[in-house]
Design a protein around this ligand. Sequence first.
Ligand SMILES: NC(=O)c1ccc[n+]([C@@H]2O[C@H](COP(=O)([O-])OP(=O)(O)OC[C@H]3O[C@@H](n4cnc5c(N)ncnc54)[C@H](OP(=O)(O)O)[C@@H]3O)[C@@H](O)[C@H]2O)c1
Length: 261
Amino acid sequence: MAYALVTGASRGIGRAIALLLAQRGYDLLLVARSEDQLRALAQEIAQHHQRQAHVLALDLAAPGAAETVAEWGVQQASGQLAVLVNNAGYGLWGRFESLRLAEQQNMLQLNMALPVALTHLLLPALHQVPRAYVLNVASTAAYQAVPSLALYAASKAFLLSFSRGLRYELKHSNVSVTCLCPGATTTSFADRAGMGAELQATANKVSMSAEAVADVAVAGMLAGEAEVVPGVLNKVSAGLTSFVPKGIVEKIAAGIYEKYL
Ligand SMILES: NC(=O)c1ccc[n+]([C@@H]2O[C@H](COP(=O)([O-])OP(=O)(O)OC[C@H]3O[C@@H](n4cnc5c(N)ncnc54)[C@H](OP(=O)(O)O)[C@@H]3O)[C@@H](O)[C@H]2O)c1
């Protein structure tokens, strides 16, 4: 049976994507730091979806993590790796100058360097099956600069551009590359980013559930779409950034995100 490897599978969007892939018949390779949550998910997948799930608990921002995951994934899947979901990531809310440089560099490692390395290391395995998919989880922040999430937005713009370029390079191959760009989603993302209660309350008014995002993401990935923006509101706001002047877009974003700093 075909395997899907999901990073950041312990909760949130990654967990929801893993469950949907199990429903679609994939066996799962689950990676994140929280071993208990990964094991609970693996059990749920085995019980409710009769699929195998293996777990690997490690810090994906640590040196050598991509190599460890790739080696483990290739061994577990034994020639049947068909899906790579680069989902693990986080944001940091605050002024670039005020946030600790080391923490920002850790975020860049997880959001950019890790998906690049994992994709490079796992493409040879993905080329061994008849049809394979890479799903990179970016954000609607990929479409514009966001004051107070400046580096996070830049990391997601990187991931979107990388995804599109790689997709084109692989267009005559068996591997389809999709970039998922969710807007606000109800997960532990906002807490992890250090967003205050007022900003979280504002975001909650338009937030989608992780399950709804995963649903659109998996369908889009399997349909071979280049970019998937879940939700009408997110589609409209992402679309507007292509013709509204950048200065105005940034002022609107600052009005939402910066005013609660
Ligand atoms: N929620 C939103 O509003 C939103 C919007 C747009 C894009 N996104 C993107 O969606 C993706 C998933 O985020 P989420 O919203 O589902 O957030 P989440 O609930 O905080 O989940 C993040 C996942 O990444 C894993 N992770 C974080 N740091 C890790 C590390 N150093 N090593 C290994 N695993 C790590 C976490 O697992 P452990 O803590 O167990 O390691 C968890 O499984 C991220 O790339 C995020 O940027 C989220």
